[in-house]
Design a protein around this ligand. Structure first.
Ligand SMILES: [Fe+2]
Ligand SMILES: [Fe+2]
Length: 324
């Protein structure tokens, strides 16, 4: 007999008043101190010399953007190309910070997910595995947060994707979460972090991203091993369909965060300017590729009917222009 209560009992007992996401929002670990991106001792020595002679060391808010403009496709946007160098740097900085804030939110949700799955585990081995994952996610959070201009604070507003994730982890039954988080989202996250690494302009952050990628590959791989289609009851299946539809709707909308960074960095673009930038960012093509990746990750025999229903609703079809 299992040493732990059956999963169904734990799922049913999960108290809404003690929502894990909210708890971790309130008790998020302190991010690591801001990092030094210098890669060699000569740079360190020069930097010490400059500081000793009165130069001001870069602060979080004055560091160069963490990612290159090419990561976001800004080099094809005419409003960006025509802007001053300072404006372009500001746009890339804003977009980079948005990506890092989103990554911090995902890692914080990863802690909540691992903690919930540790409590729902049926064996000591599985519980230990999720406790290790929780430690990984806490480390990832600190590593990414060290590259934010301003450290995350409890009560910071959640963007729609983070809110979706927090809510799903709070409410989802175990089998549905294993599929949604570990099979679909961690698989998707691997491709996302690889893209970030390719577009990374900071040697220090690139080191962190490589370490995170190694861990995330283990998380996703163990999800593929642990996920058992037979455990997907009708309630879990309905939960997967509802939350997957919400996720696909966000992805189908295209690169809204990049558009917002352009507008904040360059000033008001106007409706026509945003529409032009959406087209120049190849928003629909990017969204189509991401939706196809999500469909491939969600493809399992037990959920073929769910994917077919989502397809019939047009959930895997990107918006041709920015949704109004
Ligand atoms: Fe992580
Ligand atoms: Fe993870």
């Amino acid at each position: 007999m299992s040493a732990f209560p059956p999963r169904a009992a734990l799922d049913a007992r999960w108290p809404p008043a003690h929502r894990l996401g909210a708890m971790l929002e309130a008790r998020a670990p302190r991010p690591a101190p801001a990092v030094d991106d210098d890669d060699d001792d000569d740079d360190d020595a020069r930097s010490r010399g400059e500081r000793a002679s009165g130069d001001v060391a870069p602060t979080r808010a004055t560091r160069a953007p963490a990612f290159r403009a090419s990561l976001f496709g800004f080099e094809d946007v005419s409003a960006f190309v025509d802007a001053s160098e300072a404006e372009r740097e500001q746009v890339v900085r804003l977009a980079s910070q948005a990506v890092l804030r989103e990554a911090c939110g995902i890692e914080r949700s990863g802690m909540a997910y691992a903690a919930k799955m540790a409590l729902l585990a049926e064996t000591v081995d599985e519980r230990a595995l999720y406790c290790h994952f929780a430690a990984d996610e806490a480390t990832h959070f600190a590593r990414v947060a060290a590259h934010l201009d301003a450290p995350p604070r409890p009560g910071d507003p959640l963007d729609p994707f983070q809110a979706l994730l927090v809510d799903a982890i709070d409410e989802g039954p175990r089998a549905a979460l294993l599929f949604l988080v570990q099979v679909v989202l961690e698989g998707w996250g691997l491709a996302h972090y690889r893209r970030l690494l390719d577009g990374c302009a900071s040697p220090g952050l690139a080191r962190e991203l490589r370490a995170i990628l190694r861990d995330e590959a283990r998380h996703h791989g163990s999800g593929l091993v642990l996920f058992d289609e037979a455990e997907l009851d009708p309630r879990a299946e309905a939960f997967v369909e509802e939350r997957l539809a919400a996720l696909l709707a966000l992805v189908a909308a295209g690169p809204i965060a990049s558009l917002d960074a352009l507008e904040r960095g360059l000033g008001h673009l106007g409706r026509a300017g945003r529409a032009r930038a959406f087209a120049e960012l190849r928003g629909a093509a990017e969204a189509r590729a991401r939706l196809a990746r999500l469909r491939a990750l969600a493809a399992c025999p037990a959920l073929a009917a769910v994917v077919a229903r989502l397809d019939a609703r047009g959930a895997f079809t990107p918006h041709a222009s920015e949704p109004t």
